[in-house]
Design a protein around this ligand. Structure first.
Ligand code: NI
Length: 159
């Protein structure tokens, strides 16, 4: 496995729409493993393939509960419910945090890395993470939907 380079704010690829995945092959499995490792290295809750420069509809999410990382291939949101005002960040904007409005509940469908079509009903942080990561697949960034006046800058941590 390998840590991938995370594309940062200003990189035009972050605004591009990712393409459907047709085949779950060995190359995709390596990408999935690398994305999970990269997300964990930077303590992220989620990472979309576009953030490591690959325009494929693939995201990994880990809310650090007992279920471990979730791999979502070609995910779609079927239903949303409620609203929550939540603090949000992004590994492509490592020094920026802001509040956004997200649904409190999200039902999503996706294909897992074994090729099985799955459905998840997510709440709170997982619902937020799914919305944030799926936005990436359409070139949408959290920074464009923040609640005005809530943007905070944080000094990057030194390695
Ligand atoms: Ni992000």
């Amino acid at each position: 496995m390998a840590i991938r380079n995370i594309r940062q704010e200003g990189d035009e690829i972050l605004k591009k729409k990712s393409r459907e995945i047709q085949e779950i092959d060995d190359k995709l499995q390596i990408l999935i493993d690398d994305m999970i490792e990269t997300m964990h290295k930077y303590n992220g809750v989620g990472l979309a393939a576009v953030q490591v420069g690959v325009l494929k509809r693939l995201v990994v999410i880990d809310i650090y509960d007992d279920n471990g990382p979730i791999v979502m291939i070609n995910p779609v949101i079927i239903k949303t419910k409620g609203e929550q005002e939540v603090e949000e960040g992004c590994l492509s904007f490592p020094n920026k945090f802001a509040k956004v409005i997200r649904p409190t509940e999200v039902t999503a469908e996706y294909t897992d890395r074994d090729g099985k079509r799955m459905r998840v009903k997510a709440k709170e942080l997982l619902a937020q993470a799914i919305c944030h990561e799926l936005d990436h697949l359409n070139g949408e960034l959290f920074i464009e939907k923040i609640i005005p006046g809530t943007l905070e800058y944080v000094e990057p941590e030194k390695d």
